[in-house]
Write a protein that binds this ligand. Sequence first.
Ligand code: PEP
Ligand code: MG
Length: 595
Amino acid sequence: MKSDATPKSKGRGRERVHEGLAVSPGVAIGMVFVRESGDVQVPEYLIPTGRLDDETQRLQDAVGRALKQVGKLKAKALNYHGAAAEELGYLLDAHLQMLNSSRLIGGIERVIREDRRNAEAAVMAEVSIIAQEFAAMEDPYLRTRAQEVREVGHRIIRNLTRSEFTSFDSLPKDSIILAEEITPADTALMDPARVAGFASVLGGAEGHTAIMARSLGLPAVVGVPDLMQEVANGDQVIVDGSNGLVIVNPSAARLADYRDRLKALAREARALARLRKVAAVTRDEERVVLQANIELPRELGQATTAGAEGIGLLRTEFLFMNRTDLPGEDEQFVALAEIIGGMAGRPVTVRTLDVGGEKLASALGDRVLEEPNPALGLRAIRLSLKERSLLDTQLCAILRASALGPVRILLPMISAPQEVREVRKAVEQAARRLKRRGVKIGEPLPPLGVMIEVPGAALGADALARTCDFFAIGTNDLTMYTLAIDRTEETVAHLYNPLHPAVLRLIQFAVEAALRARLPVSVCGEMAGDPRYTALLLGLGVRELSMVANALPRVKNRILKLDMQAAMRRAQIIMDQSDAGRIATLLDDFNEALG
Ligand code: PEP
Ligand code: MG
C-alpha cells in the first residue's frame, strides 16, 4: 500500500480511465513518469568526413530497432477490441510508414551526410522542420501528424542513445511509471520508496514482471492498450492494481474515493499483521508451513515481518540482472549469506538460475537470446547443464553458504530424472573441490529438490521422486505449459487458468507421487499466495506453501478458518469435475462459507 501524499494535479485535462489486467493489488496515487517520454538529452557534434558511413549505419540500426518495436506493438494492438484498438492500429501504421524510407528518414540521412551532424542532432533537426509544416496545415487531421512525427523522432533518438539499463533512482517520491513495456529487470530497479506503482501497454498477468510487482508490493496494471496516449510527465494518476484501472487526471470525487480505499487497505494490513506470530493451523488442528518466495534480497525484511517460516523459493535471477558481466562465486556466496543470516536458522531453498524464456538476464548476453521458441528452448537447468561453469560456480556458492544455515537446492524446469542425476554428480564434485580448497561447507550436503513445472515432470513424478529429496510445484509454468498459454502475453491472459482440470490433475498427480515416496512437497507458484486456492491445495494434500511475503497473512487467515477434512472432501468433489467454470463455483462457494 502506498502513501497518499499526492502533489497537486497540474490540471492538464479531463479524467481518463484506462482498463487493463490487474496484476498486483493495491492502490497507488502519484505522478506520472513516462518511461518512453523521449525526454532524452540529445548530444550534438560534428562527424568527421571519413565516418559518415558509420553514422548513417548507426541511424539505420536505430530505425531498424524502431520498426521492430512498432511492429511488435501493432501485432499486439490487432488483438485488442473496441475503438481504442482501431485508433491505436491507425496510429502505429502511420508510425511504420514514417519509419519505412519516408521523407523523414531520407531527410535525416541528408542532414548527416551534408551537414556532418551526428544522427541524434539530425533527427531533432528534421523532425522539427516536418512537424512545423504539419502544424501549420489547415486540415485538423493533418495537424495531428505533427505530434506523430515527434513521437517517431523520439523513438529513434531513444534507440540511438539507449542505455543498457533504466535507472529510476532520480525519480521523486510517489512516481508512477507508465511505459510500453516493463521487464522483470526494470522492476528490479524500482525502489518502493520512490516508485508507488506502474502500468504498461504490454505484459501478462503471470509474467515475471507481475510477480516482481507483487513481491515489492507495488500496485500494477499491465496490458493497457491506449495507456500512452495523451499522457505526460507530471500528470496525476491512480493505479488501481486490484481492479485493473489506470486513471489519469482523476476527478476530485474519484481521488477522495481512492484515498478512502487506501485508508481501508491500511486498516486491513494492520489487522492481518497481528497474525504474524500465530501458527498456521486449521480448525481441526492440521499444521501448514508457510514460507516466502524472494526475488530480491531487499524483500528479506518483508519475509520475516510476515512471519515466514523459511524461504521456499529464492529466485537467484536477481544476481544476473542489470549487468553485463557474470557474478562470481564470492559475490553469489555473499548474497546468499545475507539471506541465510537474515532467516536465522529457518530453511532457505535456493533455486539455481532460471533464465531464458521471458526471464532474460543481460549478463548472459547471447547465450539465451533470440531463440524461435524461448519458452521451449535453452532455459533454466538446460542452460546450467550446458554451460557447466554457470552451474558449478553457483553450486560452489550455495555449498559454501550451506555452512551458515539450513539450505536446500532447487532445480528449475526439470523434465527428466537424468537431469537431476547430472546435477547431483555436479553437487558432489563441487563439494569435493571445495573441501580440497579447505573451504567449509554444510554437512550433510543440502537436499536436492525438483520444480514440478513441466507437464512431463508432473506425469513422471514417480520416477523423479526416486532421484530427488523434495518437490516444489511451480504452478505458473505448469499452467502455462499445460494449456500452451504464454504467461506474459496479455492477449491470451483470459485463457490462463490454474483451475483448468488438466492443471489440477497434474498437481494432484505430483502431490500423490511425493506422498507415496514420503518426500516433502510444496507449492511455490502464484497459486500458493492466493487465498482463493488455499483450501483446494490443502485438500489435495499439500502442507507447505511458499508465496510473495505480503500474501502470507491473507493465506494464513484463510487456513485458520478452514477445516482440513472439509477441504479434502471439497477437493475430491472438485477433482471429479471436467469443467473449469464449475470447479471455480465449487471452490468459491466453499470459500464464501468460511466467511
Ligand atoms: C513457477 O513456474 O510456478 C515458479 C514458481 O517459477 P517462476 O515463476 O520463477 O517461473
Ligand atoms: Mg517457473
